[in-house]
Design a protein. Structure first.
Ligand SMILES: NC(=O)c1ccc[n+]([C@@H]2O[C@H](COP(=O)([O-])OP(=O)(O)OC[C@H]3O[C@@H](n4cnc5c(N)ncnc54)[C@H](OP(=O)(O)O)[C@@H]3O)[C@@H](O)[C@H]2O)c1
Length: 246
């Protein structure tokens, strides 16, 4: 029996990360459950996934030592990586006209995680992604990259940078590795729960398909890129119910 394909998911204990880990496990992948802070949640998630061989692994995408350890773990324990989902992301709500509210520390943390972190994780795993190629890197982006509307100015800019990096890396790494962005609209989950309900409701009403995205919608799209959209690279797949149309 051949070994199952391998998916590495960063930020796997978050809302989208959990759904993505689950979708790949159901599809028969061995999942590397990347976590930053909550080792217990990662271990619980790994043991709850269907199939075997799922490992919780500490991955802080802003920390070179952590990514070097991930690379060593993959080389020693895993071998080829078929899919890397660069899902880890941070933000905090700051109104776009409150320029003092978006201080340098927050701006830098958003870019270090959402942009440099995705690049550095891909760099760390590139030999493994090429090993049994073509490998796939999925960047979990956002509708904010296109609309310029979202939790703060830096967050929107970081997701636009991520989509630009999708195009650059797709060109640079072809044909060994495909690179695709998946760009959700506002997700019905913990982040939306913390927002003003009137804002969330307005967003829902302004979405042609009449509801917010779910983490399962996003996971399905990521899985579709891996399983079905096999001649796609360097592009952005929206999961937004048509929100930019209105
Ligand atoms: N929620 C939405 O409405 C929405 C919409 C569009 C796009 N997205 C994108 O979807 C992705 C997942 O978001 P989510 O809604 O699932 O948020 P979430 O529940 O907050 O999950 C984010 C995950 O990223 C991890 N993370 C943060 N900094 C990290 C670092 N330096 N290294 C490794 N992991 C780190 C977090 O781990 P810790 O908890 O340990 O910090 C957490 O597991 C993000 O890229 C986000 O920008 C979300």
């Amino acid at each position: 029996m051949s070994a199952p394909p391998v998916a590495v998911v960063t930020g796997a204990t978050g809302d989208v990360g959990r759904a993505t880990a689950h979708a790949f496990a159901v599809e028969g992948y061995r999942v590397v459950v990347g976590y930053r802070r909550d080792a217990t949640a990662a271990a619980d998630l790994a043991s709850s996934l269907p199939g075997t061989g799922h490992d919780p692994v500490h991955v802080d995408v802003t920390d070179a030592a952590s990514l070097a350890a991930l690379r060593r773990y993959v080389e020693a324990q895993v071998g080829a990586v078929h899919v890397l989902v660069n899902n880890a992301g941070v933000t905090r709500y700051v109104p776009h006209d409150d320029l003092d509210g978006l201080d340098d520390a927050l701006f830098d943390r958003i870019f270090a995680t959402n942009v440099r972190g995705a690049f550095a994780t891909t760099r760390a795993l590139l030999p493994a992604l090429r090993r049994d190629g073509p490998g796939l890197v999925v960047h979990v982006s956002s509708i904010a990259a296109r609309t310029g509307q979202g939790s703060n100015v830096a967050y929107c800019a970081s997701k636009a940078a991520l989509d630009s990096m999708t195009r650059s890396l797709a060109r640079a790494l072809a044909p060994d590795v495909r690179v695709v962005s998946v760009a959700p609209g506002l997700i019905d989950g913990p982040y939306a729960d913390a927002l003003d309900p009137a804002f969330v409701d307005a967003h829902r009403r302004a979405t042609p398909l009449g509801r917010l995205a779910t983490s399962a919608d996003v996971a399905s799209a990521i899985l579709a890129v891996a399983r079905d959209l096999t001649f796609t690279t360097g592009d952005v797949l929206p999961v937004d119910g048509g929100r930019p149309l209105v």
